[in-house]
Write a protein that binds this ligand. Sequence first.
Ligand code: SIN
Length: 485
Amino acid sequence: MSAITELELFRQSGLIDGQWVAADTGRTITVTDPATRMSLGTVPDMGASETRRAIEAADRAFATWKRKTNAERAQLLEAWYGLMMANLEPLASILTAEQGKPLEEARGEIRYGAGFVKWFAEEARRVGGNTIPSPTPDRRIVVLKEAVGVCGIITPWNFPNAMITRKVAPALAAGCTVVIKPAQFTPFSAIALAILAEKAGIPAGVINVVTGQPREIGDELLTNEIVRKISFTGSTHVGSMLMRGAASSIKRLSLELGGNAPFIVFDDADIDLAIEGALVSKFRNGGQTCVCANRILVQAGIFDVFAARLADRVDQMRVGAGTAPGVAIGPMINEAAIDKINEHVSDALARGAKIITSERTLPPGGQYVAPIVLTGATTDMLLANEETFGPVAPLFRFETEEEAIAIANGTPYGLAAYFFTESHRRAWRVGEALEFGMVGLNTGAISTEVAPFGGVKQSGLGREGAQVGIDEYLELKSFHLGGLS
Ligand code: SIN
């Protein structure tokens, strides 16, 4: 057993209506450490009946939570934020143990996750409606903003903390209550967050956590008419299934789905900046993020220099357990992830790509893959058309700006894109031409609570974070006051 089992924030139960509970059947699912493949513990294998109870508890809690003043809800969120920051180390240890990312990155994720709680505590105080000049003198029209209701929150394994707070904080700030279904590979971070929310004084039933297999829990969240909204981060395939399922009861949806981010380096780029940007964007979380550079497009004039320098830096990256000092690339989440990475690399090699990084021996025991740089990538390869979700950097050579934009936009996805140039004219031209929800110019890091996060095309619906993030959890009510003359 790992040391995280000794932590106060480590618990092996779900949370329904303020009670820490097991599955009705008593069944559990085992959670493993991807660095050792050993068990970390178990969580309840819940299904439809527990989810229904959690939804009903959230509905009861909604009646009083939505009536609290915005300042009261803000204060509770501030207290939750304070506890997250005070417990940064245990939260990061739990995250690294179940997800695998290097401890320093896990600490970064806790700060990032807590940032959403703080931000939406502040935004809670600023939710206001507006008045509209009436078309007749005997009326007044005001627009009220009201909480949507009970929300189903379905979150991924790659950011087990921040993807929860990015949804739950605006939901609670708006006056909604939630049922969280964390990814089955990383439930302990969700449970730890719920323990801290309880300590912060957030009332029973406002946050419920249902652990288990996705299908049954997801079906109940989709079909139960009490649930008014689903917010999901994950694959486009599952997002489209959720959209179909939500249609029968016309639920609101926020979907943050797959990406296929282009990362374009023009001849006139600052090459040092572009190398740093590529390392951050491509290798954060071992390449397991929706906004990771998936296709690195480099203009012919600097291609060879860029490729050699990137390969040199990647060769220096240490692979190993997230808890080991100096590790840059932790283990992948599971065997299926490794199979997909290997399939993409084999396909690329069969179609003429070459690995230009040095061969390395991987540490024994864990779910490791070597970070690599490939040259000779072309648009017919699997890795050009699907997210690889791993530490593989394929380099595509291009000649003209038009060609780069056509390749970049030649995908059904539109989440994040990056480009590097020192020309301000090109900066505007390319920035406007890229069909993506988020664009980074001369930076590989675009994730922050203060800016809208979300995609276009098949990368999703809605925006998280920023001032607009709370609107996803608010309904507008037009209130017409007549007979006033
Ligand atoms: C994601 O991969 O889904 C989110 C990444 C981020 O918030 O930066």
